[in-house]
Design a binder for this molecule. Structure first.
Ligand code: CP
Ligand code: NVA
Length: 304
């Protein structure tokens, strides 16, 4: 079997994702009962972070430690990457020493080049284009609360960013309807390329229309990491796209609300929404641990 990577959601099939989500839930339940299986004994994950992180770093590191392995944190500041060592060289060196590589960076092609030259699985911990690990945890959270998401309506509201692009891939793979409400000029870049998403995804500039009858409402920050210089314009243009109680009232009565966090209260989400019964944001964050354990287990079995 050849090495598998998780660089974008579509690197897995719909069937593989469903199997992985079931395994994540099983691992979560076992952990709650005090059972932490040693899934990663003597395994090492190297984690390269070119952007800040709380959830991604702690969940991957905890996953490896609980599974009997270890994780190494590298930043450009204290590795040779920051002094210009090519990612292709880094990939070949790290592959000799560790069992998997996770990377959070800016340009998506950095992760693609890393995977091309690595001989161990490479995981995208967020790029400007995609954030697949987060959407795994989101899907786990939806499945746990409401069962399979196939045939359901999901509303994405706000910026057509890396999370939105990943939801576009997820819609096609898991067969749900995605309505994306973003201002003109902030459309998700994945949409034209994702031909299999056609039929699953529609675009609108009207958040009310998107949320109408939705089973899941999702938003994310208006200013992603690396976009700080454009912050003022983004906040102004996206102001009508805030998820607040009035907007959520349009959704289906049992709708769930998700946000990958960190949240900016008063911007993309009104403070009260995070505390509503609709909101599953804390569990969504916690599920990063379980979803990533299942992902690491799956990827580490590849190439054997
Ligand atoms: N949601 C998410 O990826 O959070 P961090 O930036 O804290 O890792
Ligand atoms: N879209 C956000 C997600 C943070 C987890 C960003 O890229 O900064």
């Amino acid at each position: 079997m050849s090495i598998r990577h998780f660089i974008q959601f579509a690197d897995l099939s719909g069937a593989e994702i469903r199997t992985l989500l079931a395994r994540a839930t099983e691992l979560k339940q076992r952990r709650a009962a005090g059972d932490r299986p040693r899934l990663f004994e003597h395994k090492v994950l190297t984690m390269i972070f070119e952007k800040s992180s709380t959830r991604t770093r702690v969940s991957f590191e905890t996953a490896m430690i609980e599974g009997g392995g270890g994780a190494i944190f590298l930043s450009p500041r204290d590795s040779q990457l920051g002094r210009g060592e090519p990612v292709e060289d880094t990939a070949r060196v790290l592959s000799q020493m560790c069992d998997a590589i996770m990377v959070r960076t800016f340009a998506h092609d950095i992760v693609e080049r890393l995977a091309q030259f690595a001989s161990v699985p490479v995981i995208n911990g967020l790029t400007d284009r995609f954030h697949p690990c987060q959407v795994l945890a989101d899907m786990q959270t939806y499945f746990e609360h409401r069962g399979d998401i196939a045939g359901r309506k999901v509303a994405w509201v706000g910026d057509g960013n890396n999370m939105c692009n990943t939801y576009i891939e997820a819609a096609a793979l898991l067969d749900f309807e995605l309505v994306v409400a973003v201002p003109a000029g902030f459309e998700p870049s994945a949409l034209p390329a994702a031909s299999s998403a056609q039929g699953h995804v529609t675009l609108t500039e009207d958040p009310m229309e998107a949320v109408q009858g939705a089973d899941l409402v999702v938003t994310d920050v208006w200013v992603s990491m690396g976009q700080e210089e454009d912050a003022a314009r983004r906040r102004q243009v996206m102001a009508p796209f805030q998820v607040n109680s009035a907007l959520l009232a349009r959704a289906a009565p049992r709708a769930l609300f998700m946000h990958c966090l960190p949240a900016h209260r008063g911007e993309e989400v009104a403070a009260e929404v995070l505390e509503l019964p609709h909101s599953v944001v804390w569990e969504e964050a916690g599920n990063r641990l379980h979803a990533q354990k299942a992902l690491l287990e799956f990827l580490l079995q590849s190439g054997r």
